[in-house]
Design a protein around this ligand. Structure first.
Ligand code: SF4
Length: 321
């Protein structure tokens, strides 16, 4: 590609990232004047982009708010402790590196070969809440993006039997902080590209030696395959999360099925009996075959997926910060 074209493409990507992050911030009223936001920085592409785009948006925001980058050095073997301080110093952003050897704690408590992520995440959450409190932050921004949200939705359906994703904004479980996900509308491939454009000094995410969450990896592959076959499907799935029709689901807490009465009057969103509503036409409209998972030819259902589904009733783990 010629340099002018690369430049134009990069500029388009930057505009798209700023637009999508700005839109998510506006839609969910994420940021108010006077906020002090702790931006969790792991050294991966997502959190670097989060900080980068928030800094750009802050420059043109009509309100004042503060961003403080925070990294938790968990003392994993090989963690390059100098990388983030050097990057953040050169950026001129206020930052704090919290050093806590959770790696040794986890290794001591969890038997060899067992998954360490749930204890590690619990420890990390407690530390980050304490740091946010000490830094006087009222909000915590995380780098989860559209594809993380959709993976979590499907994992919770498949293994946790819950229609539950990962929200763009929610109060923390201890009730103290507002947790924000400003990248909620951003597609992962855009984050990969932006990390290359900006040449972020990426820190590898496998230093703890823990196995990747196999189910999350498989669901991620499935989503990417769907998107490859039907561009736009993942954006449609995200939009579906913003357009829920409780009467057409089956949660008795959300819709009063037990006390439902006929009125004799037409009901706009009433049941159409045998006629399943047609999906709207468009490039992302699925065909019947394409709704199926990409399956191995000889197995009627994904062998790993089905065995995991029957054996694992735990809610899906959240991706790392
Ligand atoms: S993968 Fe992440 S959450 Fe899991 S043990 Fe390693 S650092 Fe902790």
């Amino acid at each position: 590609m010629n340099p002018d074209k690369i430049e134009r493409e990069n500029h388009k990507l930057e505009k798209r990232l700023c637009r999508l992050v700005g839109q998510a911030i506006a839609d969910y009223a994420m940021i108010e004047a006077g906020d002090r936001i702790m931006v969790c920085l792991s050294g991966g592409k997502d959190s670097y982009t989060l900080l980068d785009i928030l800094l750009k948006l802050r420059q043109r925001a009509p309100i004042d708010f503060e961003l403080i980058a925070v990294n938790l050095d968990q003392k994993q073997p090989g963690f390059p402790a100098e990388v983030l301080p050097a990057y953040l110093t050169q950026l001129g952003v206020p930052f704090h590196i919290e050093t806590q050897d959770t790696y040794s704690v986890v290794k001591k408590i969890i038997p060899e070969g067992k998954t360490t992520c749930s204890l590690c995440s619990r420890l990390r959450r407690g530390i980050l809440y304490r740091v946010a409190r000490e830094l006087g932050c009222n909000k915590i921004a995380l780098g989860h993006h559209r594809d993380d949200i959709l993976q979590t939705l499907l994992l919770n359906m498949f293994f946790g039997a819950k229609l539950k994703g990962m929200p763009a904004k929610l109060v923390s479980d201890n009730g103290e902080f507002m947790v924000l996900r400003p990248l909620a509308y951003v597609a992962e491939p855009d984050l990969v590209r932006w990390a290359q454009v900006r040449q972020f000094p990426i820190i590898p995410c496998n230093l703890c030696g823990s196995q990747d969450n196999l189910q999350r990896v498989q669901v991620g592959q499935m989503l990417r395959e769907w998107e490859r076959q039907h561009p736009g499907r993942l954006d449609n799935m995200l939009k579906a999360l913003q357009s829920v029709v409780p009467s057409h689901l089956m949660d008795r807490e959300l819709f009063p099925f037990e006390t439902l009465q006929t009125t004799g009057q037409p009901v706009g969103d009433g049941d159409t009996v045998f006629d399943a509503p047609d999906p709207p036409a468009g490039p992302a409209t699925p065909t019947l075959q394409s709704v199926a998972l990409p399956l191995p030819t000889r197995a009627p259902t994904g062998p790993r997926a089905s065995s995991s589904a029957s054996s694992n009733s735990q809610p899906a783990a959240q991706p790392a910060l």
